[in-house]
Design a protein around this ligand. Sequence first.
Ligand SMILES: NC(=O)c1ccc[n+]([C@@H]2O[C@H](COP(=O)([O-])OP(=O)(O)OC[C@H]3O[C@@H](n4cnc5c(N)ncnc54)[C@H](OP(=O)(O)O)[C@@H]3O)[C@@H](O)[C@H]2O)c1
Length: 324
Amino acid sequence: MRGANFQSLELPIIRGNYIAPPALIREECRRFNMEDRNVASTQKNVLVTGASSGIGRSIAVRLANAGWQVFAGVRSEKSAAELRTLHEAIRPLTLDITDSGQISAAKKIIGEAAGANGLQALVNNAGIAVAAPQEHQPVELVRRIFETNVIGHMAVTQAFLPLIRAGNGRIVFIGSGAGFIALPFFTAYAASKFAIEGVTDSLRRELRPWHIPVINVEPGTIKTPILDKGFREAEGIFSGLPAEARERYDASFQILRQVLDHELQAAPLPESVAVAVQIALDARRPKHRYPVGTEAWLARTLRLLPTRLVDVMIATWHSSIAKK
Ligand SMILES: NC(=O)c1ccc[n+]([C@@H]2O[C@H](COP(=O)([O-])OP(=O)(O)OC[C@H]3O[C@@H](n4cnc5c(N)ncnc54)[C@H](OP(=O)(O)O)[C@@H]3O)[C@@H](O)[C@H]2O)c1
């Protein structure tokens, strides 16, 4: 019944031995929906995955400041303790999105805490980004990137859809400019973000009959620890390679690092993504996509150009940074 629209209902409805006239039913539904919206606006619940750092943490703080009760998915007690100090409306809970047991446990905890109000938003944010030559990238790493960046989000979304439905909620995925333009060495990461584009488009069309918005917030490079973590892991992969392989890829990989270091210097802060998420959650009719930062817009534009031209542009861009 929640959020149902009975404006077009003209048939009388039988309750026990009493037949309620359509006008009265409409008025009751209107009041019910208004109360429903009031409940949602006084106590809005959101689950943010990967809230321990970077973009997820900014989203958690921003939404808590805006009056949301934030269920913040983390993977360690240390992260949970840190988040608790940031805002009293942030409620950290253990949630590794690749662990189905933890997803079920989180669903139970949030279901009990949110009650009939359900969830007004799910923000699928958790992610990892490791760049390495595809030729030498352990397949286990590729699997881990997909498990986290794609399958984990799909599993969490599946588990929490009943609560989102109950709460007239919406679903946000944190995609990426890498879901439009794939840089070298980011094969697995770019593939995972291209996949998220497909997931959001398909899910949005699937959930259209129930008016559940599915939104993709697509940042360009943002100043967070994600790339440093990824490069640390990549260094481990490189150091284990035979000398011949290191020699083959080292120069172009170092250029990529320089390019990303250069991008990071001027990159927006994670707060800019949190602002986009808040706009997407507040909008009466949210857009399907929210690119964040000039790089994200550039990625969308490049996608429209011939691939051969984009290949040359990326190579030229990288070599110009390398010469600086
Ligand atoms: N920064 C950028 O330039 C950029 C650009 C476009 C899109 N994005 C996307 O933005 C999202 C957030 O990234 P970020 O830049 O904020 O990176 P970040 O600071 O490294 O944060 C990543 C978060 O994901 C969590 N996480 C990793 N694996 C997880 C798992 N299996 N289960 C649950 N949580 C997990 C991390 O938790 P731990 O602390 O426990 O590891 C951390 O909280 C990612 O989806 C990323 O792809 C980032």
